[in-house]
Write a protein that binds this ligand. Structure first.
Ligand code: SIN
Length: 284
């Protein structure tokens, strides 16, 4: 069906589209917002250029999709607990998000989607890649799909919160883990390996290399070979798109059916973004 209020321009074959004709600093009417939602459901990740928005306007737009998450580990933006600064200073060696993942999948109700706003980006480098998890699921053999259908997997925040790895993570990074979040008490939850997106009815693969630790009822060692196969399959080049940021670009991705990866290929340069993360439902 054609769009009446916005222009939607796909940027790749697998997923991703740029949206024109929208000013996110304005109060969007329901007709415009429902086309934006449709564009998200059809393209999985959508991008807007040249948006002049304040932190409050970013949060207001995020709230159209659901309630906002306060990240359990990272230090938030001053005065805005719902905004995660995604910051890499020229002297930093590490960024956040440089592994294929879907946001906060270790929560009981992981994120529906994330809204990332570019404040300052390098002239080149610092792109973000996205991968379509519907395609990842649909291109598995029937035998593999049947086997995965009733399996669940454990997702843990330990890569962020475990005191040893959290301290290491804070070395060379400006986006910091809070001291009080560094604990051996893991946030751990089990989710279906094949997840149905309740908004589209489509099934996708829902395990990720950053937070999934094992299949339920199996050891990590037993789970590893199949998980590694699925992680590699999930991000085959033909399932991906790559977004080149400009200052004032916005991306909104559906965490239920995509993975993303923030490239760390801009040494000595600054990249500053604000992320708002929208709460989601318990995966089914
Ligand atoms: C993230 O993983 O949310 C960060 C993505 C990015 O910086 O491009």
């Amino acid at each position: 069906m054609a769009y009446q209020h916005i222009e939607v321009k796909p940027i790749a074959g697998a997923l991703g589209a740029e949206i024109d004709g929208v000013d996110l600093s304005e109060d969007l009417g329901n007709a415009v917002f429902s086309e934006i939602q449709r564009a998200l459901h059809e393209n999985l990740v959508i991008f807007f250029r040249d948006q002049d928005i304040t932190p409050d306007q970013q949060k207001d737009f995020g709230r159209r999709f659901g309630t906002l998450n306060i990240h359990p580990q990272y230090v938030p933006l001053d005065g805005h607990p719902e905004i995660l600064p995604v910051l890499k200073e020229p002297e930093d060696t590490l960024n956040i998000g440089a592994a294929w993942h879907t946001d906060v999948s270790f929560l009981e109700k992981p994120s529906l989607g994330s809204l990332l706003y570019a404040i300052e980006v390098p002239d080149s480098g610092g792109d973000t890649m996205f991968a379509n998890q519907y395609l990842a699921y649909e291109t598995l053999s029937e035998g593999m799909r049947d086997m995965l259908e009733d399996m669940t997997a454990v997702h843990s925040d330990r890569v962020l919160s475990n005191p040893a790895s959290a301290k290491n993570r804070n070395e060379g990074r400006s986006t910091l883990i809070r001291e009080e979040a560094m604990t051996n008490d893991e946030i751990c939850n089990e989710h279906p390996v094949v997840r149905t997106n309740v908004d589209t009815g489509r099934k996708g693969l829902y395990v990720n290399a950053a937070f999934t630790t094992r299949f339920s009822g199996m050891t990590e060692e037993e789970s590893k070979p199949l998980l590694e196969f699925l992680y590699a399959h999930a991000v085959r080049p033909e399932f991906t798109c790559r977004f080149k940021w400009e200052n004032k670009s916005v991306a909104f991705w559906d965490n239920r059916c995509t993975h993303h990866y923030a490239l760390n290929d801009y040494p000595g340069k600054r990249r500053s973004m604000h992320r708002v993360t929208i709460n989601g439902e318990r995966p089914v």
